[in-house]
Design a protein around this ligand. Structure first.
Ligand code: FES
Length: 253
């Protein structure tokens, strides 16, 4: 059964609604409450579910695409169920210089997980993240979005023990649904835009017609296209004219 089917979203919504209304009333423009409302859902459910995204859109009068793009931009929002403790270890330069590599290896070995994986019992989700802006206390990490500084192996041992024993200072996340092995959301729409299909190298122009030949033939067959889409096609038209001139110049008469 899918995670989203096992929970009672109506109950979640009943819990969130007064808080969401309070947040909305706080801003001159209700759209400004977007991030706090997403946080409110995550605080109750442990993640931001598709229902939470849709409901946030309805509450704020924003299209789902805006809500989705905001939630997916921030790594602070978990868009799939996660463990009770989300461990996000910084992997950037300052932390690397102060032993982050060793800390990450230690986490992976101790918890038997890799980047973006959740332990089998659903207690820990583990992620290696970009700079957390606490470089002066490197190596560092966040646990359920709260900072832990100056990591050492001993500190990690102590911390994990406290989490397992329920005595860690940062509260565990609620778990409205059992996490999968990973909460990473891959490429949900494998189809890229026509211009990017089949192009793996970002330096390649790509496109369905990289040489422009097909487009030129299409324009020759139906020149009205130029009038209907002047800005996009004019370049091609001018390019076609240049090609023709070049061909005339180079052909012996
Ligand atoms: S490099 Fe780790 S916090 Fe900046």
């Amino acid at each position: 059964m899918k995670a989203t089917q096992t929970r009672n979203f109506a109950g979640v919504l009943a819990q969130i609604k007064p808080e969401a209304e309070r947040l909305i009333a706080q801003y001159p423009q209700k759209q400004s409450a977007l991030l706090p409302i997403l946080h409110a859902f995550q605080n109750v459910e442990g993640w931001v579910s598709p229902e939470a995204l849709a409901t946030t859109g309805e509450l704020l009068g924003l299209p789902l695409s805006v809500i989705e793009s905001t939630a997916s931009f921030y790594t602070l929002f978990f868009r799939r169920p996660v463990g009770r403790y989300v461990l996000q270890v910084c992997r950037n330069l300052s932390c690397q210089l102060r032993g982050a590599e060793e800390m990450m290896a230690y986490f992976r070995e101790k918890l038997n997980v890799r980047h973006l994986e959740t332990t089998y019992d659903g207690t820990f989700s583990y992620e290696e993240v970009e700079c957390l802006a606490a470089c002066d206390r490197a190596p560092c990490m966040q646990v359920n979005l709260e900072f832990v500084y100056d990591l050492t192996r001993e500190k990690i041992d102590e911390m994990l023990r406290a989490m397992e024993g329920g005595t860690f200072e940062t509260k565990p996340l609620p778990q409205s649904a059992k996490p999968d092995a990973t909460w990473s959301i891959g490429q949900e729409a494998p189809k890229k835009s026509p211009g990017a299909q089949g192009v793996s190298n970002p330096n390649e122009p790509g496109g369905l017609d990289p040489s422009g030949e097909k487009t030129i033939l299409r324009l020759v067959a139906d020149p009205r296209i130029i009038e209907s889409r002047p800005s996009a096609e004019r370049l091609v038209r001018d390019g076609g004219a240049l090609l023709e001139r070049g061909a005339e110049d180079s052909w012996p008469s």
